[in-house]
Design a protein. Structure first.
Length: 461
């Protein structure tokens, strides 16, 4: 009798990973990883760390773009998935009401008591798509407002409210939505006065560049929207579930009660894709207004048992292990220690964020030699210096980070919410070593900068 042997398959063909991607998937991914030296062979992950084929540990300050809120392979989430598989539940019959979706909805709504109902999909972009559809149908209006430089997903609807041209180019026509500047209440009101706006979708902390909304903006925007019979949609796909030191990032501002809230990423526990759109009762009752409309918005794999079990386990762990409080405390410590370096390094211009969502911004130095090197990089491509910091953090210090967006001199830190002082110490030691090298004319760092410049010029050619 033959059977599927995963361990044997990985042992036999795991070494082909980069070639397989180059031949059958996005061929630019392995090309990019080879170029910047990120073509590692990771074989195991646990908590805030993973290990390569040589047994070396790496500190994860990226958390799978925020998916790994509890780190990798949390034992409670693993056990929940084993349990739900062993239970042999009659999953996805489509014509019954299983208990797990109702229990997870009840638990999620307890963190947003002004909201009443939940739709479960499979991803953050699906959660946003749901919110866009629901807002349009509930208000009877076609247009959604969003912020410049926003990121809400890459499917066609969410791409229509994506504030970055690099993602939008070549995919027109998109939906008739309109961008306003983050924090610009006057611009928001001008658009609302046209009378065709269904809602305003906003990240409480913008992922690109790590920019919090200005103090008081969300509450003032909410008042304007409701005055003009439009909805406030909070995209908490990355900022939600404790990332910013509160369960939801909009809760940093008193009196803010969005009409629709989108979550995903960390709710999965890093295992089973899941997205959720939380909303007010009247919105859901308008969309699902009769039995004829019972399936007017649905998802084939939405509310599957494995995803629901993972979500319930994640929320239980967050409470039992005080994950939100840890994100607040550790995030404060990380930002304080980074901010103390601004006066030491002239290339370091700003440290911002909340909780464990931190942006480190670099800028033009004052000294002549550094300014010349900075100008060389900027002439090739804005954002290369931040990449110069990211690369040695991985290659020499085994710490995984990311540049916060295309053409940005900002590194974004979104580590697992379980990290503590040990991980803060390790990151700060590595970061100061890299910055010392940059400011003291370290050859390896600036030599790699010239390599990146050549790669950029070659790509243009």
């Amino acid at each position: 009798m033959t059977g599927f042997d995963l361990a044997k398959l990985l042992a036999e063909r795991g070494a082909e990973r980069y070639d397989l991607h180059a031949r059958h998937l996005n061929h630019q991914l392995p090309r990019m990883l080879h170029t910047i030296g990120f073509d590692k062979v990771y074989e195991r992950g646990e908590g805030a760390y993973f290990w390569d084929s040589d047994g070396q540990d790496y500190l994860d300050m990226l958390a799978g773009f925020g998916v790994m809120g509890l780190g990798r392979h949390h034992p409670v989430v693993r056990r929940a998935l084993h349990d739900v598989l062993d239970a042999g539940l009659p999953d996805l019959t489509r014509f019954d009401c299983q208990p797990l979706p109702g229990l997870l909805a009840e638990k999620l709504l307890s963190y947003a008591p002004h909201l009443d109902r939940v739709f479960f999909g499979n991803s953050g972009t699906e959660a946003v798509e749901t919110a866009l559809k629901f807002a349009r149908y509930a208000t009877g209006r076609p247009r959604i407002l969003y912020c410049n430089h926003a990121f809400h997903g890459l499917t066609t609807g969410s791409l229509s409210v994506n504030g970055e041209d690099g993602f939008r180019d070549g995919f027109a026509p998109l939906l008739p939505d309109t961008a306003v500047e983050r924090g610009d209440l006057a611009a928001l009101e001008r658009e609302l006065k046209r009378g065709d706006v269904a809602g305003f979708v906003v990240e409480p902390i913008q992922g690109k560049g790590v920019h919090p909304t200005p103090p008081g903006f969300l509450r003032a925007a909410q008042e304007l929207l409701h005055r003009h019979k439009a909805l406030l949609i909070a995209d908490e796909v990355q900022t939600g579930l404790g990332r910013t030191g509160d369960f939801f990032a909009y809760q940093h501002e008193d009196g803010v009660e969005p009409d629709l809230v989108c979550v995903a990423k960390a709710l999965s526990g890093g295992y089973v894709p899941v997205g959720a759109t939380l909303g007010k009762d009247w919105i859901f009752k308008k969309v699902y207004s009769s039995m004829d409309r019972v399936l007017v918005h649905s998802a084939s794999f939405g509310a599957n048992a494995q995803a629901m079990a993972a979500g319930l386990a994640v929320l239980t762990v967050m409470e039992d292990e005080q994950i939100v409080a840890n994100a607040r405390h550790t995030g404060d410590l990380l930002r304080e220690r980074l901010s103390a370096l601004i006066g030491k390094y002239e290339l370091l211009h700003d440290v911002r964020g909340r909780g464990l969502m931190v942006g480190i911004e670099f800028g033009k130095p004052k000294s002549l030699v550094l300014r010349g090197r900075w100008t060389m990089l900027q002439a090739a491509r804005k954002g290369l210096f931040a990449q110069l910091v990211v690369v040695p953090l991985l290659q020499r210090h085994r710490i995984l980070t990311q540049v916060s967006g295309d053409h940005l001199e900002v590194i974004k830190l979104i580590p697992p919410l379980i990290i503590g002082e040990r991980e803060v110490d390790r990151f700060l030691d590595a970061f100061t070593a890299v910055m010392d090298e940059a400011h003291n004319g370290g050859g390896l760092l600036w030599d790699f900068g010239r390599t990146l410049v050549k790669a950029q010029l070659s790509a243009r050619g």
